[in-house]
Design a protein around this ligand. Structure first.
Ligand SMILES: *Cc1c(COP(=O)(O)O)cnc(C)c1O
Length: 381
């Protein structure tokens, strides 16, 4: 066993001297809380980069989703549709408001919500849709937006994984009423923990600004627009501290470079694993012509879940990390409690049992990628 070889993780942040300098400068400025100059600069940079009217730095994507449900006044008696093939945060944000989560199925080409299936789950109690763009790939966002407009529903985009990805050239996260991004260390851009809330709707922005400041108008006070800040609505503490905002600014500046490096690694996996697809050993992801992903995840589909576990073990023995996600929410302990009778989500079940992620990050060296590809061939070839 080649145990002297270095460990290859699934992902690794791409941080450098720029982030260090920005963090130190922010620490020395004396303004280390939230709502300071770096927070404002981060919001302006995101607004420019994404072409969106309003952005707010928050403590996580999870919190941005919670702020979204609060701003949209989701509550008991409401139903909100979301995928079961998702991270827990989207469903939690709905459940925390006392509303009912209605799981809808995904479709194979995007691993995002299937618009036709979403339509079948809409009732007179449905308020909106929280969709997830999976792995850096756009879901069928225009069809879901059309459906939502027709049925008078809101759309919140869980864009945690997709900063810098576009559909028809328009950045993901800016199609719906609200978009939520993550700056967690496992994402393409990171400041450790953090999130960004974006919207083109001024009223939603103003509510979110109050929600993230414990339900007060402290943001207006800091801008000199109010003499005192007062309790205005239910809220929480979702403001991202300035040193983390300063790091996030540098990451957003590097976003095109990070995307380019990831794209090269992704392209190489596709080319080199193609013979295994031809031989029927696995299936490779497809990218829709209108999509420009940010290459957050590289995955393959293996139709035999037993073989998937064996391949993970085979790679682990060669000090290569590989993993699957998401365990469908409707099959999780809490999801089962919520759903009662298990919902019919055949594609969710099938994809979740077939998907395997391989390492992809800007610092992955060609010889390390060779090791990953070689080990996959050893096992499947
Ligand atoms: C990472 C992730 C989140 C949570 O992001 P945090 O910033 O860690 O709260 C939410 N949704 C999806 C799809 C994610 O991948």
């Amino acid at each position: 066993m080649p145990s002297d070889e270095s460990f290859i993780p699934l992902q690794k942040p791409w941080l450098g001297a720029e982030e260090e300098r920005a963090a130190v400068e922010s620490l020395r400025s004396g303004r280390i809380g939230g709502g300071g100059p770096a927070g404002a600069a981060l919001a302006r940079l995101v607004e420019e980069t994404l072409g969106v009217k309003r952005a707010l730095a928050m403590t996580s994507c999870t919190h941005a989703l919670e702020a979204a449900m609060l701003a949209l006044e989701v509550g008991p008696g409401d139903e909100v549709v979301c995928p079961s093939f998702a991270f827990v945060s989207a469903a939690n944000a709905i459940v925390l408001r006392g509303a009912k989560v209605i799981f809808a199925d995904i479709e194979e080409e995007t691993l995002g919500l299937d618009p036709a299936d979403v339509e079948t789950r809409i009732t007179e109690r449905t308020r909106g849709i929280v969709l997830v763009h999976y792995g850096g790939f756009p879901c069928r966002i225009d069809e879901i937006i059309d459906l939502a407009r027709r049925r008078g529903l809101f759309v919140v985009e869980d864009a945690a994984q997709v900063f810098g990805a576009t559909w028809d050239g328009k950045p993901l996260g800016t199609f719906g009423d609200i978009g939520c991004f993550s700056l967690h260390e496992t994402k393409n851009l990171t400041c450790g923990e953090g999130g960004i809330f974006v919207t083109n709707d001024e009223a939603l922005f103003l509510r979110a600004e109050v929600i993230r400041e414990k339900g007060t108008d402290r943001s207006r006070f800091l801008r000199g627009e109010a003499q005192k800040y007062l309790w205005q609505s239910p809220g929480s503490s979702f403001v991202l501290a300035d040193p983390l905002c300063a790091i996030a600014i540098e990451q957003i500046r590097k976003s095109p470079e990070i995307k380019r490096r990831r794209g090269e690694i992704y392209g190489r996996y596709l080319r080199e694993l193609a013979p295994l697809e031809k031989a029927g050993k696995l299936r490779l992801p497809r990218v829709l012509p209108r999509a420009s992903p940010n290459w957050h995840v590289f995955y393959v589909l293996l139709d035999d879940p037993g073989m998937r576990s064996e391949l993970i073990a085979h790679l682990a023995a060669r000090r290569i990390s590989a993993a699957f996600h998401f365990v469908p929410l409707h099959t999780s302990p809490f999801g089962k409690k919520l759903c009662g009778a298990p919902p019919e989500l055949p594609l969710t079940d099938r994809i979740a049992s077939a998907l395997l992620r391989l390492p992809i990050y800007p610092g992955l060296l060609p010889k390390e990628q060779d090791r990953v590809i070689g080990a996959v061939f050893d096992f499947l070839g």
